[in-house]
Design a protein around this ligand. Structure first.
Ligand SMILES: [Zn+2]
Ligand SMILES: [Zn+2]
Ligand SMILES: [Zn+2]
Length: 139
């Protein structure tokens, strides 16, 4: 009797978050915030396409040390891009190193409390958790 009736052999996707954030770049056309990352990016506000290159970030990405989420061995990533898929030299599992999620600090115009937000291109209205004042932020 064969015993291969298990279909749960699909490996879960293993992911880790990179510790190195790419720089925040503004659109040369409209000065809005461009989507995070390197390579070709389309401005969410004006549609202009920019090519973002940042040697220092590529180098740091490629030299970044990450712990394998499966066996905890520390590896040098070796890939100057995010997300990056790498194979662990110890347990041969593949895993993905995602971009770091960057947050920026702003202060509430009413109570000056510092708030941390994920920068997203464009304007949006947020309300301060401390004083409930609503205000608009633009990146
Ligand atoms: Zn733009
Ligand atoms: Zn491993
Ligand atoms: Zn406030």
């Amino acid at each position: 009797m064969s015993d291969d009736g298990e279909d749960s052999s699909v490996p879960e996707s293993l992911e880790v978050e990179s510790a190195i954030a790419p720089p925040l770049i503004n659109c040369p056309n409209c000065d809005g915030l461009l989507p995070l990352g390197l390579g070709e990016k389309t401005c969410a506000l004006c549609g202009a396409v920019s090519r973002i290159e940042h040697e220092a970030t590529r180098k740091e990405w490629s030299e970044e040390r990450v712990a394998c989420p499966s066996c905890s061995k520390v590896l040098v990533c070796g890939v100057g891009d995010r997300p990056a898929t790498v194979e662990c030299s110890s347990c041969t599992n593949q895993f993905t190193i995602n971009s770091k999620v960057v947050k920026v600090e702003i202060s509430c115009p009413a109570c000056e409390r510092r708030l941390r937000l994920k920068p997203r291109p464009g304007s949006r209205e947020i309300s301060c958790p401390a004083c409930e004042e609503s205000f608009k932020v633009t990146f």
